[in-house]
Design a protein around this ligand. Structure first.
Ligand code: ADP
Length: 641
């Protein structure tokens, strides 16, 4: 009693004591959702537990490279499964790395992965939708509570003695307990106390089928033993050859898919994979996958990414991010090198002379896979683009060597079709352009609706010239980095010096301005500091006016983005273009009353800004002017100044 009291008040925990702890809030929510939404996929728990056991064996083999004593004479690493029908129990046992008390408490209960809370906020309660989302999160150990009403974990970390083992126990509700125990064996034993309606998972045949289906390809033997009344000797039930070491022709599509799920904890099939063995100067095998959905933490800079690295079949590290560029962070897979030293660390990898070449080759491999999909599986490629398009766009800026390849992979929304789907390639665009069109036109906007309704498109639309509608945050950088495609320059239709295909011999801006000099001068004077210049527009058809940026000015979207992120951006004023054919501009031109001219000119300017998605500096003033104007339309009303 006294020590209980002591524990609560002073937080002192005698390590032999049984301790009851609450799951972290996020873990608790995750558990609930998982059980609820994954019910129809309940059997995946076995894959997850075997995957953890195999990781534990991998980790021990790796740590033992530096400290062989950890193996303590027991060098054959394996996974055992025991089923006990009478007790309705199923155990997954490994002789891998095991966990210390602290690791156990952290890993299975108190530490949720970063970003879990935001992830959970996206859950809707709709089973199908949530199941998809959980797949992106990766399910793991907690999936055992789909089939078990109690789970116990007995574990002893490699290097610790028999009396330093720990027992973890939980019913998956709100709490778990940990307690020190004696355990002769190294590694971890996870026992599921199956729910009554899930006792099928204590049937040997059912388990054997599942192991073959889900875990045949892992590199360690998995044995199955029946315990209890009809105790039988253990038998190996998987082929125990790491999948990537087999020859491509021996591996079925289903096996590739299962291996992906085992590797990533995703439970949705991947879209594509590429399995290759490179021989010669450098020898390595790679197996790369394109997932079918973005992970929940694709935009989290700290999120782990990269490939699982093996050296001569020995697991070295997860998330080796050095093998692929950042813009391919969604790619999952394994690389197994024959040349890297077994003691390679992240730092050593960075300095390794062969790495750049491997990275280059793996990058080309992924791009090749995407190219192939884009040309022969357009629907799948649309999924890739929807999920990872914005990330791939980073490549245009980052990866100069592969710019041409990447440019062909880009997809855009365009005025060619009436939808916001990003499904047009630059090749499509160029193929449709008239022979004398030597440019690729684009507009940048905050969203599709603003882009497609922009006054800047009017002249181009009238002449049937296609414009790409760019609405992603990264697009201003993308067009900067891309600059041209197929010898055709990319041109922003909202820049002042817009040249359209047959405008070469047309009058110059100065010549046209000259004809409307007095109107332009007067407007310029009235608008004062609000504008850099006022020009006669050659791009408008239906709208009275629009604003454009000078050739070397920052694009307004980029400016707003940089300002929003707190950066100082050099100030620049827009150029107002007016459509001298428009009745409103004609009215402005004919206006004799200076005060009315002033209001009208400012309203025209405000509307041009609003159409482009900008915010007005002084909305109240705009509203006052508009109110006045509307009152003036009513001959019976008196206007107030
Ligand atoms: P994940 O495997 O995706 O990291 P889990 O929830 O399945 O997530 O497991 C959490 C952590 O618990 C693992 O990362 C690992 O550190 C530890 N763990 C789980 N199972 C075992 C095991 N059999 N042996 C050693 N450590 C384990």
């Amino acid at each position: 009693m006294l020590s209980d009291f002591g524990q609560e008040v002073f937080g002192v925990v005698a390590s032999s004591k049984r301790e009851t702890l609450g799951f972290q809030t996020e873990v608790r929510q995750l558990l609930k959702l998982m059980i609820h939404s994954l019910y129809s996929n309940k059997e995946i728990f076995l894959r997850e537990l075997i995957s953890n056991a195999s990781d534990a064996a991998d980790k021990l083999r790796f740590e033992a490279l530096a400290d062989p004593e950890l193996l303590d004479g027991e060098t054959d690493l394996s996974i055992r499964i025991e089923v006990d029908k009478d007790k309705q129990q199923l155990s997954i046992i490994d002789n891998g790395i095991g966990m210390s008390r602290d690791e156990l408490v952290d890993n299975l209960g108190t530490i949720a992965r970063s970003g879990t809370a935001e992830f959970l906020a996206q859950m809707t309660g709709d089973r199908k939708h949530d199941a998809q989302l959980i797949g992106q999160f990766g399910v793991g150990f907690y999936s055992s509570f789909i089939v078990a009403d109690k789970v116990t974990v007995e574990t002893r970390r490699a290097g610790l003695s028999a009396n330093e083992a720990v027992l973890w126990e939980s019913d998956g509700q709100g709490e778990f307990s940990v307690e020190d125990i004696e355990r002769a064996e190294r590694g971890t034993k996870v026992t599921l106390h199956l729910k009554d309606e899930q006792k099928e998972f204590s049937e040997p045949l059912r388990i054997e089928t599942l192991v073959r289906k889900y875990s045949d390809h892992i590199g360690f033997p998995v044995s199955l033993r029946v315990v209890g009344a009809d105790d039988k000797e253990a038998r190996i039930v998987n082929s125990a050859t790491a999948l990537w070491t087999r020859s491509r022709s021996d591996v079925s599509d289903d096996e590739y898919k299962e291996f992906y799920k085992y590797l990533t904890h995703d439970f949705v099939d991947p879209l594509a994979w590429s399995h290759n063995r490179v021989e010669g100067k450098r020898e390595y095998t790679s197996l790369l996958y394109i997932p079918s959905a973005a992970p929940f933490d694709l935009w989290n800079r700290e999120a782990p990414r990269g490939l699982k690295l093996y050296v001569q079949r020995v697991f070295i590290m997860d998330d080796a991010e050095q093998f692929l560029p950042l813009y391919l962070r969604f790619v999952k897979g394994v690389v197994d090198s024959s040349d890297l030293p077994l003691n390679v660390s992240r730092e050593l990898l960075q300095q390794n002379a062969d790495l750049a070449a491997m990275r280059g080759a793996l990058t080309r491999r992924v791009l090749g896979m995407l190219e192939k999909m884009a040309s022969s599986e357009a629907d799948d490629y649309q999924t890739v683009w929807r999920e990872f398009g914005q990330v791939l766009k980073e490549g245009i800026v980052e990866d100069h060597a592969n710019k041409d390849k990447l440019a062909r992979l880009l997809r855009f929304a365009s005025t060619h079709n009436d939808s916001d789907a990003q499904d047009q390639s630059l090749e499509d665009y160029v193929g449709r352009a008239a022979p004398d069109q030597d440019k690729i036109y684009f507009i940048l906007a905050e969203n599709y609706a603003t882009a497609v309704a922009s006054p800047h498109l009017e002249q181009l639309r009238k002449r049937g010239i296609e414009v790409l509608l760019l609405v992603d945050r990264i697009d201003p950088w993308l067009v900067d980095g891309l600059a041209e495609f197929d010898g055709k320059a990319l041109v922003d239709v909202a820049k002042s010096a817009l040249e359209l295909p047959d405008s070469a011999d047309a009058a110059s801006q100065d010549e046209i301005n000259e004809q409307y000099k007095s109107l332009l001068d007067k407007t310029r004077k009235v608008l004062g500091e609000r504008v850099e210049a006022v020009n006669v527009s050659r791009r408008l058809v239906e709208s009275p006016a629009c604003v454009v940026a000078a050739e070397n000015d920052l694009n307004p979207q980029l400016r707003r983005m940089l300002e929003a992120s707190g950066q100082k951006v050099p100030q620049s004023k827009p150029i107002l273009e007016i459509n001298v054919e428009h009745p409103l501009v004609k009215r402005l031109s004919a206006e004799a009353d200076d005060a009315v001219f002033d209001d009208l000119a400012n309203i025209v300017m405000d509307h041009a800004l609003l159409a482009e998605g900008a915010q007005l500096d002084n909305p109240a003033k705009y509203v006052r002017r508009m109110n006045k104007l509307m009152l003036d339309f009513n001959p019976g009303a008196t206007s107030e100044q």
